[in-house]
Ligand binder design. Structure first.
Ligand SMILES: NC(=O)c1ccc[n+]([C@@H]2O[C@H](COP(=O)([O-])OP(=O)(O)OC[C@H]3O[C@@H](n4cnc5c(N)ncnc54)[C@H](OP(=O)(O)O)[C@@H]3O)[C@@H](O)[C@H]2O)c1
Length: 326
């Protein structure tokens, strides 16, 4: 059984697993029409999946204002309803979008925009505070980061947020935010195919939680063998940062071969492949909190079920590194 985590120095207690709410935002796109969502989703099934997750002990949900151009926050807020106080809600700001046309249309890293974005997120989520507020622009200039960190401290003082984090894969940027008293975490990519030793070392050194996006390699580590045919799915036209789906017509054969080579270890002790991928993350560091995406009750049940089985062993981790030659 994997145990609960405390988000950095914040004292905020969360289940060892969070649920990532990008997919449940449904379809949206950039100004050129390129998909940014995960194709069509059924809102009623999303709400049922959130309820099932709550019943199975999941107390942490990660969304962003921009997912589905506001739709993910609305669906999550509706699903949580009266149970809002029982959970820890993380959302993000920094991207600009049009809710009506569901289009991403810019970015804003200014310190004045934070409050505007937060006000809109609170309304969509139907709450008066956000537990973990995350800056979404992973490559923004560190000087902007320092000003935003100070703006977040002010929001903490006002009781509008409890803690904050930068969503970035760059340890130097994460360290800029960590200088703030109420910075509790960094959100970054981590899965068995994409290790992040420097970021995990930084989390250890600075006492941050490591919130892990793409823990299932966007479905490949849950058994997906090819890019979705749905042209509204970002994996069918992957941007450069989206790894593993090749040019969108097929999954990257090298990734599939490597995942096949890990299958026996990841599915040990009756785990499904997805549960094994989450177990690798927990074994990697006790600071990790993977946030797998979901779009159905069945996925919610399977992913939440990983908590019962706990982490892989240290020997299994070493074996995996040997197979992947790292
Ligand atoms: N900060 C950022 O910039 C950023 C970037 C990416 C993600 N995130 C966050 O991280 C979360 C998760 O990362 P991710 O969206 O990259 O993807 P992921 O968690 O690696 O993969 C999620 C996808 O895998 C499939 N899946 C999940 N559980 C499954 C199961 N048990 N069996 C079979 N398939 C399963 C689902 O898609 P299908 O059913 O369609 O295959 C699901 O949407 C997001 O929801 C979001 O909250 C943040």
């Amino acid at each position: 059984m994997e145990t609960n985590r405390t988000l950095g120095r914040s004292g905020i207690d969360v289940s060892p697993l969070g649920f990532g709410c990008w997919a449940i935002g449904g379809e949206w796109q950039d100004l050129s029409g390129r998909p940014l969502g995960w194709g069509k989703v059924d809102d009623e099934e999303s709400v049922r999946a959130v309820h099932r997750a709550l019943d199975l002990g999941v107390t942490f949900f990660d969304t962003a204002d921009t997912y589905g151009a506001g739709h993910s926050e609305r669906v999550l807020g509706r699903a949580l309803g009266k149970r809002r106080a029982d959970v820890v809600v993380a959302t993000k700001w920094g991207n600009l979008f049009d809710e009506q046309t569901r289009t991403l249309n810019g970015q804003d890293a200014s310190d004045t925009y934070v409050r505007e974005a937060l006000t809109a997120s609170l309304a969509r989520l139907g709450t008066d505070y956000v537990d973990l507020y995350q800056f979404h622009l992973s490559d923004a200039h560190p000087a902007h980061g320092a000003r935003l960190r100070d703006a977040c401290e002010e929001l903490v003082r006002e009781g509008l947020i409890r803690a904050y984090a930068w969503s970035t894969d760059d340890p130097a940027r994460a360290a800029v935010f960590a200088e703030g008293e109420h910075c509790a975490a960094v959100q970054h990519a981590l899965n068995v195919m994409q290790d992040a030793p420097e970021m995990l070392a930084l989390c250890e050194e600075l006492g941050l939680a490591s919130v892990n996006r793409s823990p299932l390699a966007m479905g490949l580590l849950a058994g997906k063998r090819q890019a979705p045919q749905d042209t509204g799915d970002i994996r069918s036209r992957p941007p450069a940062w989206l790894r593993g789906f090749g040019d969108g017509t097929t999954a990257d054969p090298e990734w599939l071969t490597r995942i096949d080579g890990l299958k026996e270890i990841l599915t040990s002790d009756g785990r499904t492949l997805a549960q094994g991928a989450l177990a690798w993350i927990w074994a990697r560091s006790p600071r990790t909190v993977p946030i797998p995406g979901f779009r159905s009750v069945a996925q919610a049940e399977q992913n939440a079920g990983a908590m019962e089985k706990g982490p892989l062993t240290a020997d299994q981790l070493t074996e995996i590194d040997q197979i992947l030659e790292r």
